[in-house]
Design a protein around this ligand. Structure first.
Ligand code: ZN
Ligand code: ZN
Length: 140
């Protein structure tokens, strides 16, 4: 078997391994993703559920079941949301791309629920870009 695609939370206690390449990717703009991650949108990499295992931190890997019956799993120590699964997409699990530490094969990406953006997150591409040590220096 090839090396797994590894993923971990901010504190590193919860570690997941995917033994197969992802099937596709989605930048999800739905309200639940926005709230669960505190972000304008969430970038998910989708895998066959059978290919993903909890490598470490099972005791700290909690599940929040939403009112739409989706399972959003997170680390109880650091609060990082790591996975999404729902019976609406049986046999599939999404891993938050931001937590993946290995290079991943190219997949097709799309924006989902792209019509749900609130006013404050529209047109982000057009904003001034800053960087440097404090993140605030204008970039060319
Ligand atoms: Zn953690
Ligand atoms: Zn979503």
């Amino acid at each position: 078997m090839q090396d797994p695609i590894r993923c971990h939370c901010l504190c590193g206690r919860v570690q997941l391994h995917a033994s197969q390449p992802p099937t596709n990717g989605a930048h999800c703009h739905c309200e639940n993703c926005r709230r669960a991650h505190g972000a304008a949108f969430v970038s998910w990499l989708c895998f066959d559920a059978d290919a993903v295992e909890v490598f470490a931190g099972e005791q700290e890997f909690a599940t929040y079941v939403t009112e739409t019956d989706a399972q959003r799993r997170f680390c109880t120590n650091c609060g990082t949301t790591l996975t999404f699964a729902s019976e609406r997409w049986p046999g599939s699990i999404d891993l938050a791309m931001a937590n993946i530490i290995d290079p991943v094969p190219e997949v097709e990406w799309r924006h989902t629920y792209a019509d749900r953006d609130p006013e404050w997150s529209k047109g982000l591409d057009g904003l001034k870009r800053c960087g440097g040590p404090d993140g605030m220096q204008p970039l060319p």
